[in-house]
Write a protein that binds this ligand. Structure first.
Ligand SMILES: Nc1ncnc2c1ncn2[C@@H]1O[C@H](COP(=O)(O)OP(=O)(O)OP(=O)(O)O)[C@@H](O)[C@H]1O
Ligand SMILES: [Mg+2]
Length: 140
């Protein structure tokens, strides 16, 4: 278990870049933690570190966002937020399995919100709100 304490959004994005270096492509990654604990910020760090200038926002009406990158190893980041999915009641319409590809990664916020797991995850990153500017980020 690797534990990082960050004191800014930027520091959280840097932790994401470090996590990225442990990936080989094809992974499904769960992001677990309370509202505002830094999950979307972490995704922003992944996408940025892969050379995309896209603005990462929580998938809301769009349900899922895809970010093409400049990387050969990981060409696409697929970002899901099941919290919003649940509100949208749209899960069944989406064949998430189809997005698992060796040169993509799938990152999922709120992976446990449905009774049945939506996808089997390869990696898990946990986020804890410590105080206003401080977050604890853990991954294996
Ligand atoms: N060290 C930090 N790392 C990341 N975000 C931080 C940090 N300190 C403060 N923040 C603030 O916390 C918030 C994190 O928001 P973010 O959207 O990343 O959370 P989230 O876990 O995705 O929440 P949600 O479950 O609602 O999607 C932002 O407003 C950000 O500015
Ligand atoms: Mg979020």
């Amino acid at each position: 278990m690797e534990t990082h304490i960050t004191h800014s959004e930027e520091a959280t994005r840097e932790v994401a870049e470090e996590f990225l270096s442990t990936l080989k492509g094809g992974e499904v990654i769960e992001l677990v933690g309370d509202l505002g604990s830094g999950k979307t910020t972490f995704v922003r760090g992944l996408v940025q570190a892969l050379g995309s200038t896209a603005r990462v926002k929580s998938p809301t009406f769009t349900v899922m966002n895809e970010y093409p990158t400049q990387s050969e190893k990981i060409k696409l980041v697929v970002h899901l937020d099941l919290y919003r999915f649940k509100e949208a009641g749209q899960l069944e319409a989406l064949a998430i399995n189809d997005y698992i590809k060796p040169d993509s990664i799938i990152v999922i916020e709120w992976p446990d919100i449905f009774e049945e797991p939506v996808l089997r995850a390869d990696r898990k990153v946990m986020f804890r709100h410590i105080d206003e500017a401080t977050r604890e980020i853990q991954f294996v």
